[in-house]
Unconditional design. Structure first.
Length: 297
């Protein structure tokens, strides 16, 4: 099967004309046989009329033969031309997708860490556990000290490491200088290459549309995260403990704004959604390329 058969509107008229001509030829042959059976001496009695009738009967047959041959030749040429164009287009889509896929994997991969490659999902889960514990403490604070420097906090074990790691995952979504390239590749694929893929294959068309939807979803999520000034602080704010005069430089304790843990949990949920959107985009792009490859073969 060709990668992209020519659009239906290009090929239906010759086929229907050939079919109608064949039907007319069969009807003319049937009428001739019927006339010969009803009046066998018609040609001898009325030779001129018989020649006219025979000529008229041959017209559908001639149209059938001519259009049948011409339609076959034109269909083959169109098939060859569209197959060649589709193969070149599929190759162009494959190259651009390969470049985009590398950028997406770079966004998804968190390997710049002293402990080696980290799973972003596990990093987010650890950060969520920290902020959930702080959220419970925030809600349990007495009303008169909630949101003030007098509120007391107990930071969970590994708090700084967990929050620092999740900040690294967030920053990894915008590789230095590569976000603009990612957007350009997505626009090239969605606005230039895929619209040229004029096919009458529902599965291929659906895969292309799903890929474009995944690109738009990822852009929306990244834009939402980018608008947050400080979504995942590396550590809570600290202030001097001045419970005793003269001890301001002796001890420090955390100060967390009221509602900050709840806000951080919301940002973590959006970060997880963004990573899932990256995975979905990679999955849909790979599926489209597989379908294109199968059609070419």
């Amino acid at each position: 099967m060709a990668l992209a058969s020519y659009p239906v509107g290009v090929s239906w008229r010759p086929s229907w004309t050939t079919l109608l001509a064949g039907t007319g030829a069969a009807a003319a042959l049937a009428m001739g046989c019927l006339l010969d059976w009803i009046k066998p001496t018609f040609a001898e009695q009325m030779p001129v009329t018989a020649n006219i009738v025979a000529g008229a009967a041959l017209v559908p047959a001639e149209i059938f033969v001519v259009y049948g041959v011409v339609d076959r030749l034109l269909s083959r040429r169109r098939q060859q031309r569209w197959t060649s164009v589709a193969a070149e287009l599929a190759q162009a889509i494959g190259q651009k997708w390969s470049d985009l896929r590398e950028l997406l994997l770079c966004m998804r991969r968190f390997d710049d860490h002293p402990n080696g490659v980290l799973d972003p999902e596990a990093v987010i889960t650890r950060a969520e556990s920290v902020w959930e514990a702080l959220h419970l403490q925030d809600e349990a604070q007495p009303g008169e000290v909630r949101g003030t420097a007098d509120a007391r906090w107990e930071l969970p074990d590994g708090c700084d490491e967990a929050l620092g790691d999740v900040l690294g995952v967030w920053l990894q979504l915008w590789p230095a200088g590569l976000d603009t390239e990612r957007r350009a590749l997505q626009r090239r694929i969605a606005n230039v290459l895929l619209p040229r893929l004029a096919v009458d294959d529902p599965e291929l068309t659906s895969a292309a549309r799903l890929l474009v939807d995944a690109m738009n979803d990822l852009d929306d999520l990244l834009q939402g995260l980018d608008e947050v000034e400080e979504p995942f602080p590396t550590s809570p704010y600290w202030t001097s403990d001045v419970s005793e005069p003269g001890d301001a430089d002796m001890d420090t304790r955390p100060v967390i704004a009221h509602g900050a843990p709840e806000c951080a949990l919301g940002n973590l949920r959006e970060l997880r959604r963004t990573l899932h959107a990256v995975d979905q985009l990679i999955e849909r792009g790979d599926r489209l390329i597989k379908l294109l490859t199968d059609r070419r073969q």
